[in-house]
Design a protein. Structure first.
Length: 437
């Protein structure tokens, strides 16, 4: 039986999440699976909780066969011949992680990426996405309130803090509910347009964000009637799907699968809706072959003609220069927002400036570390026992991996598996040695 390891997180001082909670570790130990956990004074669950669960708490993970983490592992800390499971952030050929991937190759390691643990329909099974949405929406409401205050408007949203300032998700939800009660009672500045929040996307991340926004008791409208909404009233929620982001060129109707397969047949249309949204939550997965949602050119044209309605962009996807082009950098919870000024292209940290405020934290679930870790660990639990039983020194075709783990196997014995062989070309590109932060 393989020894399971849990490494400490070291990518960010804000990272307190764990892949395996003490509760799950206790179940594994009772099944006869040995677990070693690196000590950490930052982790949301203390070392003593793991000791009480029966784990060994030790810096040395060399006795472990399978090592779990959350975020990327520095190349210099990778051990030879191990099976690593974490969010590798390599499947798009991200240049800042190519050195790590090369090192895994050199050390003849195995790599399983949480991002690719999916069911037969391609739906992710182990994820933090809902919590990115929950934390992102809490933070975006705080940001909207802070920006409104700078513009001279005191709103109930000002009483909402950033997600990481609360002891629990329930406490944060309570604060949002109270703000919703005040708005419903008429506590909204007469000269400030009603809050109109657009959600780009409808997956796990979007549903988490909507869960928070729904606490404000919004009116839900279809995108195609957004233009006709009155300027006052309760908050408005509008969810944008692919057919609202693009249209088919020519006279053919929109076809979702065709758009995914042949995006060159489509042209962007999201700018039709942007003038009527003052808070945009971007939750979509994006690749370069798809049109952008918000371009710098659109923002410049809008600001030049005085149509400065878009106040806050909650950029949960955090693709730099991606679907929201003015996302020029990602942030952490200690300095989470900046203003993009469309007329000059300048970027200013904080809430002040002549342009929309971007909330751009790329580790949002760490702001709700306990709840997000519990949900993640429970989703991961069914896969741990099979991993503990596999002889990873045997030929890869003999490994009895559950299908979702087989799908997520990026590397075996230091070689990229067939579905991910395309990553070889990214590792050979100039700049592949770069680091994101």
């Amino acid at each position: 039986m393989n020894v399971i390891g849990v490494r400490r997180e070291d990518k960010s001082v804000w990272e307190r999440r764990v892949p395996l909670t003490p509760g799950v570790v206790e179940k594994l130990v009772k099944q006869g699976i040995a677990v070693r956990v690196q000590p950490s004074d930052r982790r949301v669950f203390p070392d003593d909780a793991y000791r009480a669960a029966g784990a060994a708490v030790d810096d040395d993970l060399s006795p472990c066969d399978v090592i779990f983490g959350v975020k990327e592992i520095p190349a210099e800390l990778l051990l030879p011949g191990k099976t690593y499971i974490f969010f590798a952030h390599v499947i798009k050929g991200q240049p800042y992680n190519m050195e790590m991937l090369r090192t895994l190759m050199e050390k003849k390691a195995n790599l399983i990426d949480y991002e690719r643990i999916v069911d037969s329909n391609g739906r992710r099974l182990v994820f933090f996405g809902r919590f990115a949405g929950l934390a992102g929406m809490i933070d975006a409401l705080h940001t909207f309130g802070a920006r409104a205050r700078l513009d001279g408007f005191d709103t109930p949203l000002s009483a909402i803090g950033f997600a990481h300032t609360y002891d629990s998700l329930d406490d944060a939800k309570s604060a949002v509910e109270k703000a919703g009660e005040r708005i419903a009672a008429g506590d909204w500045p007469a000269d400030l347009p009603r809050l109109v929040c657009g959600f780009a996307g409808y997956g796990n991340v979007s549903r988490g964000a909507q869960e928070i926004f729904d606490l404000l008791r919004p009116e839900t409208v279809d995108p195609d009637v957004l233009e006709r909404c009155p300027g006052s009233g309760p908050p408005v929620k509008v969810v944008f799907r692919e057919e609202h982001m693009v249209r088919r060129k020519g006279s053919e109707p929109f076809a979702l699968q065709e758009y995914y397969d042949e995006p060159e047949k489509y042209e962007p249309r999201f700018e039709e809706y942007l003038p009527f949204v003052n808070l945009l939550m971007n939750t979509i997965y994006w690749e370069e072959r798809y049109p952008r949602l918000v371009t710098n050119n659109y923002l410049k044209r809008a600001w030049e003609r005085g149509a400065r309605t878009l106040k806050v962009i909650g950029e949960i996807s955090c693709d730099v220069a991606g679907s929201v082009e003015c996302l020029v950098k990602v942030c952490d919870p200690g300095n989470p927002v900046y203003v993009y000024e469309p007329l000059t292209g300048a970027v200013r940290d904080g809430f002040e400036g002549d342009g929309p405020v971007l909330l751009a934290v790329d580790i949002l679930p760490c702001e709700l570390p306990r709840e997000s870790s519990v949900a993640f660990s429970e989703a991961l639990e069914p896969f741990i026992e099979p991993l503990a039983a596999i002889d990873f020194t045997a030929p890869v075709d003999t490994w009895e991996l559950p299908p979702p783990l087989r799908e997520a196997l990026i590397m075996a014995g230091g070689e990229l598996t067939e579905p991910y062989a395309y990553l070889n070309s990214y590792m050979n590109r100039p700049g592949g040695e770069g680091s994101r932060k």
